[in-house]
Ligand binder design. Structure first.
Ligand code: F6R
Ligand code: MG
Ligand code: MG
Length: 366
């Protein structure tokens, strides 16, 4: 049986007006690069889009996951878009391309990616999520609700194919090892880990009965390259839908709650996740608030049909209003926790310099 691979690969290679939005010329450059690859027969289909300042490549092919030719294509495409950014004087041109030489795999190179290889079902609906100004742990809460919370996904109770539950892979990004845990029987243990969203990240989900792969998130273990952590980055996720998996509506339901995530302004603040239409995936206020985009596709003979822009719907208006209200509330804390992250989680800190200045002025308290 022929297998299709869906690869979603992203990088911030520069943007217009600070960290706001990818420039149309970068999109055009990436489209050209992927059109050439399709023409040459390397890939079957593609879409190019953006979530804020992240350039997003959605690619179908038959080469499997972690394929050097596909990763090489993405790398070349990002390099070209970075050159466009440099020529236009865009901000942070080439920011996520952390190495000069590509060595066969994008792991640890700066771009983020998630891939699923699967046999196409008779009809194959998928939802691709893209986020800006947050980190991969932002998917922990919604993925748990989609695949393990019957108050959100009715199918867990009433669809015989989902009723046995799901297997979750959790990556400990600091230690670099992962665990597989089953729901519903290990739900409380799973939550004990994934509630720590900066460290234990949901990476993959399978249907328990037949190990059909149901979801995948772009996360690898953290590594310190070019002086910054790679892996803790604006994430993407793929979720397969329907016919024994959660319905598209069950997949979207958890996003009606604008949960707080880390990553707003300088990667050092908590803010509410706002689900938006793709055209509104452009962070402004305090470089945020953090955004989610959801694009729905059907995949047929390794070709992409779509997208449907799933958050482009008044049904999410109240969520967006609520997110703005929460944004106001959080912002009024200014530099105080919990609006500002704890010191160990911040992307920037002047704390060592401040403490250094105070050395010598420290008085012993009895
Ligand atoms: C957050 C983000 C922005 C930048 C901020 C400062 O993820 O990308 O909030 O951190 O605009 O950017 P620099 O340091 O490039 O001036
Ligand atoms: Mg940026
Ligand atoms: Mg970004």
């Amino acid at each position: 049986m022929v297998k299709t691979t869906l690869s979603v690969i992203k990088a911030d290679v520069g943007s217009l007006a600070g960290h706001n939005v990818v420039h149309p010329d970068q999109i055009a450059s990436a489209e050209k690069s992927l059109a050439e690859a399709k023409e040459a027969g390397l890939i079957y289909d593609y879409r190019v889009t953006n979530c804020g300042d992240d350039l997003e490549l959605i690619i179908t092919h038959r080469k499997g996951e972690e394929n050097p030719e596909i990763h090489g294509l993405a790398w070349e495409t990002f390099k070209r878009a970075a050159t466009v950014a440099k020529n236009l004087g865009l901000y942070a041109a080439g920011q996520d391309l952390l190495s000069d030489a590509f060595s066969g795999n994008l792991k640890g190179m700066g771009p983020g990616y998630t891939e699923i290889e699967f046999e196409e079902r008779a009809s194959e609906p998928v939802v691709i999520f893209m986020a800006d100004k947050t980190e991969p742990g932002a998917f922990n809460l919604p993925l748990y609700r989609i695949f393990a919370d019957p108050f959100s996904s009715a199918g867990l109770v009433i669809d015989p194919k989902m009723h046995e539950g799901f297997t979750f892979q959790v990556l400990d990004v600091l230690e670099g090892h992962s665990y597989e845990m089953n729901t519903p029987e290990e739900s409380y243990d799973l939550l004990a880990l994934i509630g720590t969203t900066g460290r234990y990240i949901l990476k993959r989900v399978w249907r328990k009965t037949d190990r059909l792969v149901a979801a995948s998130v772009s996360i690898t273990r953290l590594s310190l390259i070019a002086g910054r952590y790679v892996g803790k980055d604006d994430p993407v996720a793929i979720v397969r839908a329907q016919h024994g998996l959660p319905a598209v509506g069950e997949i979207l339901e958890p996003f009606s709650f604008p949960h707080l995530v880390a990553g707003w302004m300088r990667g050092s603040h908590y803010g509410p996740m706002m689900p938006v239409a793709q055209r509104n995936a452009r962070c402004t206020r305090f470089d945020g608030p953090p955004r989610f985009v959801a694009l729905g596709f059907q995949i047929k003979d390794s070709k992409l049909v779509g997208p449907a822009d799933l958050f482009d719907d008044p049904a999410f208006d109240l969520t967006r209003m609520k997110a703005q209200e929460i944004a106001d509330y959080m912002r009024r804390h200014g530099p105080f926790m919990p609006e500002r992250l704890g010191p160990e989680e911040m992307e920037y800190t002047t704390l060592p310099q401040v403490l250094e200045k105070l050395r010598g002025r420290a008085k012993k308290e009895e």
